[in-house]
Design a protein around this ligand. Structure first.
Ligand code: ZN
Length: 211
């Protein structure tokens, strides 16, 4: 009997925690620019001054990314047209800020995976991207850094750099999926890629992530 009560209490705690996380996510996502805003199609400008203002912007973006349960966020997505992104590939990773990122090298090997975007709520589409990437930029202090990334990390970096150039996942997917996603966005619905029934087994699919 007491076991059951404990379990009920635990369930109630978990539900409470989940409700809090969802509430925080909603609040964070309210700061993210959504599809239809012309800012998402604009090219961001390089950053030339490093200091407290930039550090504050990085902190604000990291908080929105974390509370929004995203793996990456570009300044464009909070309405700031400056070349700044934050990312955190994996729950154990440290959030990292990258200023004026430049893709230095991409692997020939590409991977198709489902991607979501904090600016396109309820939408995910398949995007083909190079598996490995080397990205050069500066940290929030202005120090030069080079990131050698693979898998999810490489994907997130490419996704965020796309945002800084005004490019969305809708511009990177198949014509059919783009059409389906645009229809869902118009109607306020959701979209995800059709299930592959036959050749699906050998296909490599990363877990879906919003960035
Ligand atoms: Zn995005």
């Amino acid at each position: 009997m007491s076991d059951r009560v404990d379990t009920d209490a635990q369930d109630a705690d978990e539900r409470e925690l989940e409700a809090q996380l969802l509430e925080r996510r909603e609040a964070a996502l309210a700061h993210v620019v959504k599809f239809g805003d012309p800012v998402l199609k604009s090219r961001a400008s390089p950053i030339s001054s490093f200091g407290p203002e930039l550090r504050a912007e990085v902190e604000r973006m990291v908080a929105i990314m974390r509370d929004g349960m995203g793996v990456g966020l570009a300044a464009t997505q909070v309405g700031v047209l400056r070349r700044l992104l934050v990312f955190q590939a994996g729950p154990d990773g440290e959030p990292t800020a990258l200023v004026n990122p430049e893709i230095e090298w991409l692997s020939d090997e590409e991977v198709l995976a489902e991607e979501g975007c904090l600016s396109l709520p309820g939408i995910s589409v398949d995007v083909d991207r190079p598996l490995h990437a080397r990205v050069r930029g500066r940290d929030a202090e202005g120090e030069s850094i080079v990131i050698e990334a693979s898998g999810l990390e490489a994907r997130v970096l490419q996704h965020e750099i796309d945002h800084l150039d005004g490019v969305l996942i809708l511009d990177r997917t198949s014509r059919e999926q783009r059409k389906g996603a645009l229809g869902a966005l118009r109607e306020g619905g959701t979209y995800s890629p059709p299930e592959v029934d036959d050749a699906g087994e050998g296909e490599f699919h990363e877990p879906r992530t919003d960035a």
